[in-house]
Each structure stands twice: as C-alpha cells, then as structure tokens.
Ligand binder design. Structure first.
Ligand code: BTN
Length: 247
C-alpha cells in the first residue's frame, strides 16, 4: 500500500519537521532532490518522502536498495547556525534519534556503529546519508537522508546484502505502519535537534555512547583511500571516533 500523503500532511502540519512535505510515488533519490530544494531556499524542516527510489544512494558511493511501498526513504532539510566543524554532530544526532525510535519496536536490540549505522544483531536496519552545503566556514544547510528497512522480507534483499541487512518485520514478525514510524521519527529528531541547539552536544554524545557496542573494541575505520585500525575509546566533541592506534 502507498503512504497516505494526505494523512501525513495533516498530522505534520505545523510541526517543526514536516510542515513542508513533498511526497513522491517514485523518485531517483530524495537526497538529490532535497539538495536542489535546499539550494532553491526551501525552509528548515522541509521533508521529502518517497514510496520508491530508482537511484537511492548510500555512503561511500554505494547504492541503497529502495523497493516500492515497503520501507522508508526520506530526506530532511535542516539549517542549523553552526560552524562547519560541528556539522558531524548532526549526523551523530540523527543516528541517536533513529535508534531510540527503533528501540521502541525492538526493545534494547538496536545499536549504533560509528558514525551512524543503525544495526540489529550486527545487521543494518537503517542507513543515514548526510550532505552539507557550506557557505564560508559555516553550514548553509544539511540534508539528512534516512533509509529504514521496515517491511522488506529477507528474500527481497539482493544476494550481496542479504546476510548484512535486516528489517523491522524480520526482527519483530509484525508488519509495521510506516506512517506511524515516520511521525515518531520526526518528533524524536526534533527533540534531539532542539536539545543540540539549546544545550550543546553533551547529552547526544552520552546517548550515542550508551547505544554503541564499539567502545573498547578493536575496530577498522574505512576511508576512501585508507583503512585505520585501533581500539575505539570514545567519541570526540566534534563527532569523531577516538581511536587508540599503535602510534
Ligand atoms: C548508508 O549507506 O548507510 C546511507 C543510506 C542512506 C539511504 C537514504 S534513503 C533516503 C535518502 N535518499 C538517498 O538516495 N539516500 C538516502
């Protein structure tokens, strides 16, 4: 079934995130279109939601599997007045907000992997793709692209990710209302975003640390051109993972 865009618009009218809602039955990538709208001056809190993406994008130039009417594909435009160095805080914040909401469906099972992969039993249930438009040394706007595997079954994943991905229906055995999940997600994102703007990064950092099993573990961090390994010992004020390496 398609998302009921009229109902969504009604419920989100006047809300900080979602007051401007663009719904698409099909789109290339909600992130690409959100970036275009951001450049054209779309207000903070504008959201784009699609029932399917034909060119869904993931991090590290990967694609994001986006079949019809099963999952959540959405992008949110934020315009925080922060310096560029603090932009990764928003990315960490998004992971925290998603993980907290998904834990309502799968109590205590949802974990975070730096910077913001959302996992259940080490399998990915949600991916987040932040894109920042800068102006001088500050943030002009941020597009937060969030893809959540909701009602997709294991046999609908492509072979290459079948063992690496999961969904809420796989984990709970119950079909989940995407509409209700979107509403809860936007409420929770709003809560953490306002917290960040008013009180800073501290409690987001604490929450992230409470949701990750990485601290104390030896991990490998992949960049485009190198991989660094070391023991994860903390999360820095700017959202960086702190690694203890041999050097
Ligand atoms: C990742 O690789 O972990 C990030 C995946 C992000 C996927 C979402 S789905 C909605 C938005 N539009 C895109 O093209 N990508 C993001």
């Amino acid at each position: 079934m398609k998302l009921n865009q009229e109902e969504l618009k009604q419920i989100l009218a006047g809300k900080f995130i979602g007051h401007h809602l663009h719904y698409y039955e099909e789109i290339g990538s909600t992130n690409d279109e959100a970036f275009r709208l951001g450049l054209a001056g779309a207000p903070e809190g504008t959201v784009l939601i699609a029932d399917r993406q034909t060119a869904g994008r993931g991090r590290m130039q990967r694609s994001w599997h986006s079949p019809d009417e099963t999952n959540i594909y959405n992008s949110i435009i934020l315009r925080p007045e922060i310096e560029l160095a603090k932009a990764p805080q928003i990315s960490i914040l998004a992971g925290v907000a998603v993980a907290e909401v998904l834990n309502d469906y799968c109590p205590d099972k949802v974990k975070l992997k730096w910077p913001n992969d959302v996992l259940i039993d080490r399998k990915k249930v949600c991916g987040i793709l932040p894109q920042v438009k800068t102006s001088a040394n500050a943030v002009n706007f941020i597009v937060l692209g969030i893809g959540i595997n909701v009602n997709i079954n294991n046999n609908q994943f492509p072979d290459e990710i079948r063992d690496l991905a999961t969904s809420l229906v796989i984990e709970t055995g119950n079909e989940i209302s995407r509409l209700e999940l979107i509403i809860s997600l936007y409420e929770n994102l709003t809560k953490w975003y306002k917290q960040l703007l008013k009180k800073g990064f501290g409690s987001i950092r604490e929450k992230w640390l409470s949701l990750t099993p990485m601290i104390g573990q030896t991990v490998q961090v992949m960049f485009y051109e190198e991989t660094v390994s070391g023991q994860a010992i903390g999360l820095d004020e700017d959202g960086s993972l702190i690694l203890l390496t041999e050097e």
